[in-house]
Design a protein around this ligand. Structure first.
Ligand code: PLP
Length: 371
């Protein structure tokens, strides 16, 4: 989190029903539409991103509706679980966790569904648990080839602001995200960017909703307000974070993330460790998931690095627990921060006695210095 964002959040909280608030919010909505890629509306909830998984489903679908959830990671599986708990008929399309969502498998399943019982397809753009990025335009093309009218819902929690994403151009109906990753904010805001088609679906969908109701929210948003007390300090931070992304330029921010991700992968390769993502075309710009050698406990390595260097690496989630650790390289992050991170990992690998080669840090800094 950049200091600029943290400082913006310390401004005094103003009346959230007053004109100054409305002025701030209306321009914030314009900036949000810009960062998501021109959706019809961006809903902002004081919630974690998981709340917006729920908001996306409850606003557009009715009890018993069928959804096709592509499972290629911990968060994809969790979104599917939430859909089931909400009373939707959740069909899981099991993928390979080391690879991106397979457009051909989605197309084949949708082509079989001649009655169009499937009302929505759920896909995670960047699977934070595995460091795998899926090709959303290819999935859109799969829906189009199958001539299937299902809504395309995309989890962009760890891709927004770090990797190219274009809601309208990519034909996404609902893009779900959160504040705490590429947007460089503390946790606490969830987003649902909706297409006109998703907004139209919300008019007839009968799932029960109260707090998450888009209709009531939109009516209030149009005047620059929210139907509830908003998280004003986080909105201040959000406005500042979006200003920073404007100043840097989105394309430049994406290139910076891609470059730091590549340097991380050079280090992993130099250490002789394995990138969990098995498809180079799907390597994540936001985070890298690293498999540890057989017999090594990744969490013991993480504990060693936390204890000795006060650096917290991502844990293996769900079935990956103990087998992988994760290096996050997204948000307000630069070369020297990355090199510090990689040095901490290198020292930890050594002090924890994890078998590895010594050249990782050098490989990363050679890459960064030369490119
Ligand atoms: N989806 C992805 C890809 C995530 O990485 C996360 C959290 O890390 C979530 C969803 C859930 O977000 P939250 O923890 O903000 O509810």
């Amino acid at each position: 989190m950049p200091d600029r964002v943290l400082r913006a959040m310390t401004r005094p909280v103003i009346d959230h029903r007053g004109p100054e608030f409305a002025e701030m919010t209306l321009s914030l909505f314009d900036e949000l539409r810009w960062v998501f890629g021109d959706p019809a509306h961006v809903f902002v909830f004081p919630s974690s991103a998981s709340g917006c998984w729920e908001a996306a489903l409850t606003n557009t679908l009715s009890p018993g509706d069928r959804v096709l959830a592509y499972d290629n990671g911990f968060f994809a599986a969790r979104w599917a679980t939430i859909a089931t708990r909400m009373g939707l008929e959740t069909e899981i399309l099991a993928g390979d966790w080391r690879r991106p969502a397979d457009p051909a498998a989605i197309e084949a399943r949708l082509a079989e569904d001649r009655a169009h019982a499937i009302r929505a397809v759920l896909v995670v753009h960047n699977e934070t648990s595995t460091g795998v990025t899926s090709d959303i335009p290819a999935i859109r093309a799969a829906l189009d080839r199958a001539e299937h009218p299902a809504l395309l819902m995309v989890d962009a929690v760890s891709s927004l602001g770090a990797t190219a994403l274009d809601h309208a151009d990519w034909g996404i109906d609902v893009t779900v995200s959160g504040s705490q990753k590429g947007l460089m904010l503390p946790p606490g805001l969830g987003f649902c960017a909706a297409s006109e088609k998703a907004l139209a679906a919300a008019e007839t969908a009968t799932s029960r909703r109260a707090y998450w109701d888009w209709e009531e929210t939109r009516r209030s948003n149009e005047r620059g307000f929210f139907p509830y007390t908003p998280a004003t300090s986080l909105l201040y931070g959000l406005a500042e974070a979006l200003r920073m992304l404007r100043e840097e330029g989105l394309e430049v921010a994406f290139a910076r993330h891609a470059r730091l991700a590549e340097a991380t992968r050079r280090a992993v390769e130099g250490w002789g460790l394995e990138n969990y993502c098995a498809d180079p075309a799907a390597y994540s710009s936001s985070g890298t998931t690293i498999s540890v050698p057989e017999g090594v406990d990744a969490d013991a390595l993480r504990a060693e690095i936390l204890e000795r260097y006060d650096m917290s690496l991502g844990t293996g989630l769900g079935p990956l627990e103990g087998d992988v650790f994760r290096i996050g390289h997204l948000g307000d992050f630069n070369e020297l921060m990355l090199m510090g991170t990689l040095a901490g990992v290198a020292m930890g690998l050594r002090s924890a006695g994890v078998p590895h080669e010594p050249g990782g840090v050098q490989a990363a800094l050679t890459f960064l210095a030369e490119r």
